[in-house]
Design a protein around this ligand. Structure first.
Ligand code: BG6
Length: 463
């Protein structure tokens, strides 16, 4: 492991407190970050101690001595990124830290800031010499991680991409989507392509419809100002949901890493087209802090999209996400076609379903028809269940740990390439342009009451 600097912008923000600092601590505790020094940057007045105190409650199984050691390898700099001189001072400070701790000069920069700052900060990083553009792919000498959402629509994402390309090589750019590094998500492609029982059936000949669900019981959790500007489509569909779709439907890449897999994901995202949908907003949303009165921002979406290629022609992909839902569920459910009606007494025979649940429990479940014991030919549906967390008891590496680890290794599987991100935005732009109706729904229900007739009309079966 090289001895470098991790420079984090947005260090006083929620993401750092809840996810990034805990992830860095776990890596440190597992001796994967021993020789690193962390420099946090933000606009606010703060100290390393106050920031660490805010983060420590989000670290489970914390060892006090180790935590102290970890915090001693962090510094905080109050910097206004608009001010080029302040950025030049930051560059000098980084060089000083590198000398003091005999570091290698390798720098990982993490931008946990809103997308409108991506271009500005990246230009400044280049101008003051914190990052230089590399000519060809190398290890993480200088790389920059960008939080989601990357832009607001295709045009803004394209503009940011063009700006970044002037300052950095694509191999130095990590547009992250934390879903791509979740344990079961990164397992989807591996399971599909290494089990002969799945791949031959993975097409429109045998699959009737695919459901992708990202439902949360939480609301917008004090993030009104952010959320009201984005909404469910931009917050989770453009990224997490469409990436799940790409992983489950892509062709087999030559290898399951880096550009091999990014290329196949991009080929799917390019071919998605929108068929129908409806949007919802939970009752009471407009009273949340930071939300505009009369806001028409959606907190729920049910969408049907299709993929224009030979494998998937005619198969509806039903995407569904909502805040304030009755239960947490992130899952992909594949409904297989019904078998021909040969055994007349049992017709129609229920479809088989394969459900890949990402959370709350990572599990694979295959629902099949079997004979009901004690009957001659009556059917009963049974599930073959594989529960990941029941079988593997080790603490699963959290998504943000993997993001940092992958960036440190120069591995871009969990990072979204410039073309992928623009194709995904194009799909979201298309959905907004279609002027979908927005209905209200009660908190704790499965969405607007119009959902049932929408599903019925489009032949989408409830699981
Ligand atoms: C984030 C969204 O990207 O993903 C949040 O901004 C959402 O609104 C979250 O709650 C869901 O992620 P996870 O890992 O909790 O399923």
């Amino acid at each position: 492991m090289k001895r470098g600097i991790i420079l984090i912008f947005g260090f006083t923000g929620n993401l750092c407190k809840r996810k990034l600092i805990p992830a860095l601590y776990y890596l440190f505790a597992e001796k994967k970050l021993q020789d690193m020094f962390i420099v946090g940057v933000a606009h606010d007045q703060a100290t390393v101690e106050s920031i660490a105190a805010g983060a420590q409650d989000h670290v489970e199984q914390r060892d006090d001595e180790l935590w102290k050691l970890f915090v001693s390898r962090m510094a905080y700099e109050q910097v206004d990124v608009q001010d080029e001189e302040a950025m030049a001072r930051l560059a000098q400070r980084i060089t000083d830290v590198e000398h003091e701790y005999t570091l290698s000069g390798d720098r990982l920069v993490y931008l946990a800031v809103p997308a409108y700052l991506f271009c500005l900060i990246t230009k400044r990083l280049k101008n003051v010499g914190i990052c230089k553009k590399m000519e060809q792919k190398a290890e993480w000498t200088h790389c920059v991680v960008y939080e989601k959402p990357f832009g607001h629509d295709r045009a803004s994402a394209h503009e940011i991409n063009a700006c970044l390309a002037q300052c950095l090589d694509e191999s130095q750019i990590y547009r992250i989507d934390h879903y791509l590094t979740k344990e079961l998500v990164s397992n989807i492609a591996l399971t599909r392509f290494t089990n002969c029982v799945f791949e031959p059936l993975w097409c429109n000949r045998y699959i009737d419809q695919v459901h992708i669900v990202l439902n949360e019981t939480i609301g917008i959790e004090g993030r009104g100002a952010y959320y009201d500007h984005y909404g469910a489509l931009r917050d989770v569909v453009q990224n997490h949901v469409l990436q799940l779709l790409a992983l489950v439907s892509m062709e087999s890449p030559e290898k399951l890493t880096g550009d091999y897999i990014r290329h196949e994901r991009a080929r799917i995202l390019e071919k998605i087209y929108f068929v129908a949908g409806l949007l919802g907003q939970y009752e009471g949303y407009q009273n949340e802090a930071g939300v505009q009165t009369g806001s028409r921002t959606e907190t729920f979406a049910a969408l049907i999209v299709m993929i224009q290629n030979h494998r998937w022609a005619g198969v509806p992909f039903f995407l569904r996400t909502g805040k304030c839902m009755p239960r947490n569920e992130v899952a992909i459910a594949i409904k297989f076609k019904q078998v021909d009606c040969l055994l007349l007494r049992n017709c129609p025979v229920p479809s088989d379903w394969l459900t890949i649940t990402v959370s709350p429990d990572a599990r694979f479940s295959l629902q099949l028809n079997m004979k009901k014991p004690g009957t001659a030919d009556e059917l009963v549906q049974v599930a073959m269940d594989f529960c990941h967390s029941c079988m593997f008891t080790i603490r699963p590496t959290q998504a943000y740990e993997l993001i940092i680890q992958e960036a440190l290794m120069g591995e871009q599987t969990g990072a979204v390439r410039s073309d992928e991100i623009e194709y995904a935005w194009k799909c979201i732009d298309q959905i907004y342009a279609s002027g979908l109706p927005l209905y209200t729904y009660k908190k704790g229900t499965a969405g607007p009451e119009q959902l049932a007739s929408f599903m019925y009309k489009h032949g989408i079966q409830e699981r």
